[in-house]
Design a protein around this ligand. Structure first.
Ligand SMILES: Nc1ncnc2c1ncn2[C@@H]1O[C@H](COP(=O)(O)OP(=O)(O)OP(=O)(O)O)[C@@H](O)[C@H]1O
Length: 375
């Protein structure tokens, strides 16, 4: 039997926990970046660090991959003490994603993704083949592999950043505000994509953000930091919102905001309909209302304008979908509000359409969950 520090994810790969044992970091000027941290980031789960600026989130994250050396205490990856690992073991164990992706500007996308495997001894050819597969996995067209970073949008660059961090198939993924530099719509898409990907890869993810909504949406466990590099509370999102350990946590997490609760409600209770869906191969005439046009595999083409026939391909892009049962009610509501039809588009893990839901039909699903909140 495996110890709690070393488990297997759904793909049968080993996953490891990240443990802080009485870890402190005192900078040269005496500032405490982290103070006596005791923390367990469970294997195969997403742990999100939140807290006001300067409270030690980045310091704590960077001590995991030794970009910052603790003054005292130790950090364990599974059973291995990080301070004793050599360079290649660190690279193999941990992927790192940062804001603005931090890609090498003079390398193609494929070579950016292939960087770590090549450093670890994989041939260029083999690493590029793997990189193509990873591009697909993070939702990028492999044809972009020959481009350079400046030829990609901010959101696409972030996806490359994630692919690069996953390239050596590390059990641990460290993400420091990875989605902060993109607009809110793209940010929502990247969050959905990460949740979808995590269902497949089941990595141990440690994620830093300033955004409480992002934390609630992504986290299995949230760590709230406070001034001086100490931890105010560690809890699952719903516990944090229902039972904040202090006034500071209540104010910081916004547990008294009704809208936040939407992020805790699963989307699986929504009743879907295919009524306003039309296939490109249909020779139907125009309809007075918006419809969602799909290809024959239920891939989304876009919102078909009222009055246009399916074959005209007179569409505007479907800006936001939600992954049914994976994304929360807030993502479903976003999807409906951002659609010209006022309809939320539910997709499966492959991004194919499952069905649509209008705003009134979201309400019963929200009502059904409301009673669970008032514990
Ligand atoms: N090299 C350094 N020398 C001295 N103090 C530092 C150094 N790096 C960080 N600090 C201080 O340590 C504290 C924690 O910084 P850290 O960057 O970890 O906070 P953070 O929570 O990630 O902040 P933000 O949300 O603004 O990114 C801050 O007071 C910061 O000013």
């Amino acid at each position: 039997m495996k110890s709690p520090e070393e488990q297997q994810n759904r793909s049968g790969q080993p996953t490891v926990s990240v443990r802080f044992e009485d870890v402190s970091k005192r900078y040269a000027d005496g500032t405490m970046g982290a103070d006596s941290l005791e923390l367990d980031c469970p294997a195969g789960k997403i742990t999100v660090f939140v807290g006001p600026s300067g409270c030690g989130k980045t310091t704590s994250l960077r001590m995991i991959n030794r970009m910052i050396t603790p003054t005292s205490g130790r950090i364990l990856i599974g059973r291995a003490d990080v301070s004793t690992m050599n360079e290649s073991a660190l690279r193999r164990e941990m992927g790192y994603v940062i804001q603005n992706a931090g890609l090498f500007p003079h390398r193609t996308i494929l070579d950016n993704i292939a960087t770590v495997p090549v450093l670890l001894g994989t041939s260029h050819r083999e690493a590029r083949v793997q990189a193509l597969g990873l591009m697909e996995r993070v939702g990028l067209d492999p044809a972009m592999g020959k481009r350079y970073p400046y030829q990609l949008s901010g959101g696409q660059q972030q996806r490359v950043g994630v692919a690069r961090a996953l390239a050596a198939n590390p059990p641990v993924l460290l993400m420091d505000e990875p989605f902060s530099a993109v607009d809110p719509v793209v940010r929502g898409e990247l969050q959905s994509e990460l949740l979808r990907l995590q269902q497949e890869i089941g990595k141990t993810i440690v994620f830093v953000t300033h955004d409480m909504d992002e934390a609630v949406r992504l986290a299995d466990q949230i760590v709230v930091f406070q001034k001086g590099g100490t931890i105010a509370q560690v809890a699952a999102p719903e516990v944090l919102l229902t039972a904040p350990a202090s006034e500071f946590v209540r104010n910081f997490t916004g547990g008294d905001s009704g809208v936040k609760w939407l992020s805790l409600m699963p989307s699986s209770g929504i009743v879907l309909s295919l009524e306003a869906v039309v296939d490109v191969s249909e020779s139907a005439a125009g309809s007075p209302s918006w419809r969602l046009l799909t290809d024959s595999d239920r891939g989304i083409v876009g919102w078909l304008r009222p009055g246009s026939s399916p074959r005209s391909l007179d569409v505007i892009p479907c800006r936001r979908t939600f992954t049914f049962g994976v994304d929360n009610m807030r993502a479903a509501l976003d999807s409906a509000l951002l659609s010209p039809a006022g309809l939320a588009a539910a997709v499966d893990a492959s991004g194919n359409l499952l069905g649509l839901a209008d705003l009134p039909s979201l309400e019963p699903a929200i009502r059904g969950q409301r009673s669970k909140i008032h514990v």
